[in-house]
Design a protein around this ligand. Structure first.
Ligand SMILES: [Zn+2]
Length: 383
């Protein structure tokens, strides 16, 4: 570890304290296996950030600060971004890392979920239910905090184990990209320009310090950017997956297996960030309802495919989208022993969700984008 790395860790801890945030996670006190695992996730995440920060879109402007990624000692399902002392900082609560890893392992450990991946017949379906998942994330966090989560669950089949890891990495990559967008696209600077702290968190649902429609538009921009970053690796992702014994059938097209996998990963993340305080269409919260965010992510994928791929991929997309939604909703229902409930996503795709999106887009165009022009570190703000 070089000097600068240590200095950044010290700065991160110092600024976290000043912002009333949890302290940096010192992994050296953890079980060596977990320590190695967490450090490797952080290392990969830092590499993604460095690559994004050195892209043509940011290099052209030449003002992008160095962004440091770290974990914090908190079991909440949160992540945050801020700027201080000429650096960008991204923090992820270790609770979020553990939850996602646990969730994807449970998914693939069940013989009834993602049945086309590897050999599901060797998996059992005996995992203890996660009864609290759909009625509130806070209860789920409590399970972790009290050490009440049942034993570590890992898929038995090697392919399914690998697939769980891929889903986990894709979800983490989305979260890191989302946080980086808050810095890269000038969101933190924007908050600063409003006389506020340049701090954006994913969990603060309280009535926000700035107009919430504004905050929701910033969140949407971060989601959209992270989604596009997801789409740019589709082909590579597909190559990786196609080397595995998966019976894709209708997903054997060069990008469709990758697309299916990416959507499953990110859709799961949104389902897990379900915060019961918020309603579809609510504009008093810092983030749009998770289902509205999902519907926006889906339309971002559509625009991306329309631009970058041909008609065939677009057709596949509409074919696999309902499959993805069904698969995750089925998974959540199996893992929680509850009935499948698609009412929320239907509501988000309906009138309430559309109205929410229209308001956000209008806020983006008329209020935020003009101001971000001078604050962003990149040249590719969406219109
Ligand atoms: Zn955000």
């Amino acid at each position: 570890m070089d000097e600068t790395q240590v200095e950044l860790e010290v700065l991160f801890d110092k600024f976290n304290k000043a912002n009333g945030l949890s302290k940096r996670l010192d992994s050296s006190f953890l079980d060596p296996d977990i320590q190695v695992w967490l450090d490797s996730i952080k290392k990969v995440g830092q590499k993604w950030i460095n690559n994004w920060a050195n892209s043509r879109q940011t290099k052209t402007k030449g003002t992008m600060p160095y962004v440091h990624l770290d974990f914090v000692e908190s079991m909440k399902i949160d992540a945050f971004a801020y700027e201080a002392d000429g650096y960008g900082f991204i923090g992820i609560d270790v609770g979020l890392i553990l939850l996602l890893n646990d969730f994807f392992n449970r998914l693939l450990s069940s013989c009834d979920i993602l049945e086309n991946i590897g050999n599901p017949s060797v998996e059992t379906n005996s995992s203890a239910p996660l009864p609290y998942l759909t009625i509130g994330l806070n209860s789920y966090i409590m399970l972790y905090e009290k050490g009440l989560l049942p034993e570590k669950i890992i898929p038995k089949d090697e392919t399914r184990r690998k697939y769980a890891t891929i889903l986990f990495q894709l979800a983490i990559r989305f979260i890191v990209a989302h946080e980086l967008a808050h810095i890269r696209n000038g969101h933190c600077q924007f908050k600063n320009s409003q006389g506020r702290k340049s701090f954006i968190s994913e969990l603060s649902l309280s009535k926000h310090s700035i107009n919430n429609l504004t905050q929701q538009a910033l969140e949407m921009d971060a989601d959209a950017w992270a989604t596009v970053q997801g789409m740019t690796i589709l082909k590579g992702l597909n190559d990786q997956i196609n080397n595995m014994p998966i019976s894709w059938d209708k997903y054997s097209n060069p990008v469709v297996g990758g697309m299916f996998t990416w959507i499953i990963a990110v859709y799961s993340y949104f389902r897990l960030s379900d915060q019961e305080l918020s309603e579809v269409g609510d504009i008093c919260t810092s983030h749009p309802h998770q289902a509205v965010r999902q519907s926006m992510v889906m339309s971002t994928i559509y625009s991306y495919l329309e631009r970058e791929f041909d008609e065939k991929e677009l057709e596949y997309y509409f074919e696999i989208l309902p499959d993805c939604i069904k698969e995750i909703e089925k998974a959540i229902s199996i893992l929680t022993h509850n009935e499948i409930d698609t009412r929320t996503i239907e509501k988000a795709l309906g009138l309430r969700g559309r109205r929410n999106l229209d308001l956000i887009l209008n806020q983006w165009k008329t209020v935020i984008r003009p101001q971000l022009e001078t604050l962003t570190y990149a040249i590719d703000l969406v219109p």
